[in-house]
Design a protein around this ligand. Structure first.
Ligand code: G3I
Ligand code: 9MR
Ligand code: ZN
Length: 759
């Protein structure tokens, strides 16, 4: 029964338009376009004439096999999972070999208890039959659905059923009317659904013999054509006249020479040659880099090769980053929580004040509400997390300290024109919130404030569940102390009272840390399932706090405290988890007295820089990470650029600046996905970000840096569509893919730093 029949459907992929490809390109991307009414036939397709034809493809039949693996539970619970939103249950396989869902809490929503199965696909025009057996210890209503797994979670098919103590067989037939979905979810809502008695108490629902068959594929639509992207990559925002300019060519056959042409006149303005192609393990493509740095004349151009086609257009000019920089900074304002965003400043993304209700303290017997309003929404979710928020604020404060001339007072935020650089007004919005996250009694800082669950795809003011302060953590407290000490330095000449407030808060936080045992990591309390930002080591956060306190106050006791911590054992990094290099940089730029210690700091950071250079040297795009692209890889890449610039200050190495610039080139399009990862900029940029306001308004907010390639495939959509894909190409512009296509304030912030340096 599991045997797949090859139908040898001859399909003409007739939708390829545009450039003559070198044969590679982007993974196929499912769009929500209307399905084409096409008869599947075994005959030769008619000539379309309009486009280049490719060899007919053999398409596997969808019929004749059960799309649910292990539907009889002979191999345990397998790929079946539960999702809770206020309810609770446990799944096991019972003595009779059925899947048993032991429901203990019903919750208040239909999906408060959900059983689900991912890992199949539905194709437009096909007819499917779903069947299963179900029973319950107490008669009740449940709902089965096959739904889109993200956004509005609308059902492709589904209905309510009444399950009874006597096992019943259910059988449903449906046609996939919408665009093909490579990653839908089959689920059963078993919370407070239909006429189920809310006082039903603990009960079991059992399932068995799941079958999902395609029973008719005669109206199966043609597969969507793979998206055609150029085989010559460039920075789509362009280059400043003096920048190094490298285009990356790819394909089975690569040109040996190329030209750069004026985009308007077609006139050749530069001729270059290409070395033999090399294969790149990150992209699994053959590539060659073409250098056209000598072209410095401002203008709009394309890179052209006979075999590889054309690049997207780009500009050479002094101001190529100006608009993108403004938008990347403005994104922070757009993420503001707890105040109304007016149309004047936020345009379509205007919304009333959100999340202003006050939060309860997790585990506290008191139901008193704490005011923790304000700050930036972390990301596509509306959580506000201290460790990631501290990273974001640190980056922009460092950017301001190193490149103050990059920031003006006219960013188009409510504080513009008040005489203070807007970036400091913006950072203060987050710092004000951070101050509220400190427990006044102990000085400890709550790890985060979120609801118990991630919100639906709604605007922020529509997330109205109870806000909860998750427990105090050492990591949050250490990061808090560090950025408050930093703020005390940066705001000293601008608002000395505020600087004093920040310093007092930093000292209180350090007092807490000194009385708290090292090593307590943060894990989510059981009923809170929002972003965890787990971190098992707090020594790097402690180190960073001492380093910033020392840099700001110059007091010997902080230098003594930090030099007692061997830097070699401190987790290096500029992330939300590993923050040691913020501390190292603070020490190296302070009035330190321990030269030997400083030397070990330099050595350790230089060792990381060596790794960055090695990775970049082995990658045609000079991308500074290799082999594994983690969740938020664009942050890692931007962080590496930032670290190079920081260490350029210390080591004075010209190569660093150039390599940092290459990281920016990668982010703006010189990468194997062909995407400029900053929304709203470049020729091809993310349009379907996992960002709730963008999803609700059906337009990606401009100025957001998407997470980028994640070779760990960390969401169902990514798993379903990119298994086996080369690491650097594990990116999909789909809102369901939260591990590739979400955005965060702390991914924008290192980008802001990088761009500030190159303005
Ligand atoms: O620890 C391993 C490391 O050893 C390995 O080298 C590296 C590369 O594969 O992976 C590391 O773990 C990853 C970790 O991030 C640290 O980079 C995990 O696989 C990965 O799952 C984890 O992803 C985090 C994700 O939350 C899930 O926890 C992202 O960094 C983090 O940015 C993201 O943050 C979410 C918030 O929870 C909620 N708000 C939105 C935000 C962005 O998506
Ligand atoms: O939307 C959530 C996103 O903001 C988080 O970064 C991500 C990782 O924790 O989780 C997303 O929420 C998903 C959840 O983890 C699993 N169920 C589907 C949710 C969103 O579509
Ligand atoms: Zn909010």
């Amino acid at each position: 029964m599991m045997k797949r029949k090859i139908l040898a459907l001859l399909l003409c992929v007739s939708m390829c338009v545009g450039l003559t490809a070198c044969g590679s390109g982007q993974e196929s991307v499912v769009t929500e376009a209307e399905p084409e009414e096409t008869e599947v036939s075994e005959e030769e397709p008619a000539e379309t004439g309009e486009t280049e034809e490719e060899a007919p493809e053999e398409v596997e039949s969808l019929m004749g096999y059960n799309m649910i693996e292990n539907g009889d539970f002979s191999n345990g619970t397998g790929k079946w999972n539960t999702y809770f939103n206020g309810g609770n249950a446990v799944i096991t396989v019972d003595e009779e070999g059925r899947l048993k869902v032991q429901i203990t809490t019903l919750g208040t929503k239909d999906h408060s208890v959900q059983l689900y199965y991912d890992g199949f696909a539905l194709e437009t025009g096909c007819v499917y039959e779903l069947s299963f057996d179900a029973a319950a210890t107490v008669e009740r209503d449940i709902e089965y659905r096959i739904q889109i797994n993200g956004g509005d979670y609308h059902a492709y098919t589904g209905e309510g059923i009444t399950v009874t103590p006597e096992t019943q067989h259910y059988d449903f037939t449906f046609t996939m009317e919408e665009g093909s979905d490579p990653a839908p979810r089959l689920c059963f809502n078993m919370g407070l659904y239909g006429n189920t008695d809310e006082n039903i108490g603990a009960h079991d629902v059992t399932f068995d013999n799941f079958e999902l068959y395609c029973i008719d594929e005669s109206n199966r639509a043609l597969p969507q054509a793979a998206m055609d992207t150029p085989d010559i990559q460039i920075n789509q925002l362009g280059y400043r006249p003096e920048d190094e300019k490298i285009a990356v060519f790819r394909g089975d056959e690569i040109d040996s020479a190329f030209t750069v042409v004026d985009a308007k006149t077609g006139e050749t303005v530069f001729e270059g040659t290409l070395a033999d192609a090399v294969s790149n393990k990150n992209t699994r493509e053959n590539e060659s880099a073409g250098d056209f740095s000598e072209l410095k004349t401002p203008g709009t151009y394309k890179v052209v090769g006979e075999k590889c086609g054309e690049s997207y257009e780009f500009t050479i000019g002094e101001d190529v980053y100006d608009d993108a920089f403004d938008a990347a900074v403005k994104m922070l304002y757009m993420q503001r929580c707890g105040m109304e965003l007016t149309e004047e400043y936020a345009g379509d993304f205007a919304h009333p004040a959100c999340h202003s209700e006050g939060a309860v303290v997790h585990g506290s017997t008191s139901s008193a509400l704490v005011d923790v309003s304000g700050g930036w929404h972390d990301a596509g979710d509306y959580g506000r997390y201290v460790v990631s928020g501290a990273k974001a604020v640190a980056d922009v404060l460092l950017a301001y300290e190193s490149y103050p001339e990059a920031f003006g007072d006219d960013a188009g935020i409510p504080e513009s024109g008040n005489g203070t650089p807007d970036i400091l007004d913006e950072a203060k919005y987050e710092l004000d919130w951070l101050l509220k996250m400190q427990d006044q009694a102990t000085g400890g800082v709550y790890h985060k404030v979120t609801c118990a669950n991630f919100p639906e795809t709604v605007m922020p003011e529509e997330e109205t569940d109870q806000l909860i302060l998750s427990p105090i953590s050492n990591c949050a407290t250490g990061d808090f102390a560090a950025v408050m000490a930093m703020a005390a330095r940066v705001y000293k000449d601008i608002d000395s009272d505020y600087a004093d407030t920040c310093m007092a808060a930093a000292l209180k936080a350090v007092e807490y840390l000194e009385s708290s045992e090292s090593g307590d990591g943060f894990v989510n309390p059981e009923e809170i399932v929002t972003g965890e930002y787990p971190d098992k080591k707090d020594t790097d956060e402690r180190f960073w706090a001492y380093a910033e306190l020392f840099k700001t106050t110059k007091e010997a006791k902080y230098e003594e405290a930090l030099t007692e911590m061997p830097f070699l054992s401190i987790q290096g990094g500029l992330g939300w988890e590993k923050v040691g290099f913020y501390g190292g940089y603070a020490y190296l730029t302070s009035e330190y007295t321990d030269k030997e210690y400083a030397a070990t700091v330099v050595d350790k950071i230089n060792y990381s820089i060596d790794g960055i250079m090695e990775s970049a040297g082995a990658d045609t795009y000079s991308c500074s990470i290799s082999e594994t692209y983690p969740w938020g890889s664009n942050m890692s890449i931007a962080n590496n650029g930032m670290l190079l610039l920081m260490m350029d200050e210390i080591n004075g190495n010209d190569e660093y600046e150039n390599l940092a610039k290459s990281q920016l080139n990668y982010l703006f399009g010189n990468n194997a996905t062909s995407y400029c990862f900053l929304t709203g900029f470049g020729s091809l940029s993310p349009e379907h970000t996992h960002h709730r306001p963008s999803q609700v308004l059906d337009q990606s907010m401009p100025g957001m840096l998407a997470g980028g390639a994640d070779s760990n495939l960390e969401d169902p959509y990514a798993k379903a569509t990119m298994s086996g894909t080369a690491p650097a190409k594990c990116y999909v512009d789909n809102a369901q893919s939260f591990s590739c296509n979400e955005v965060t304030v702390y991914w924008n912030s290192p980008l802001i730093y990088l761009m500030a340096a190159f303005k």
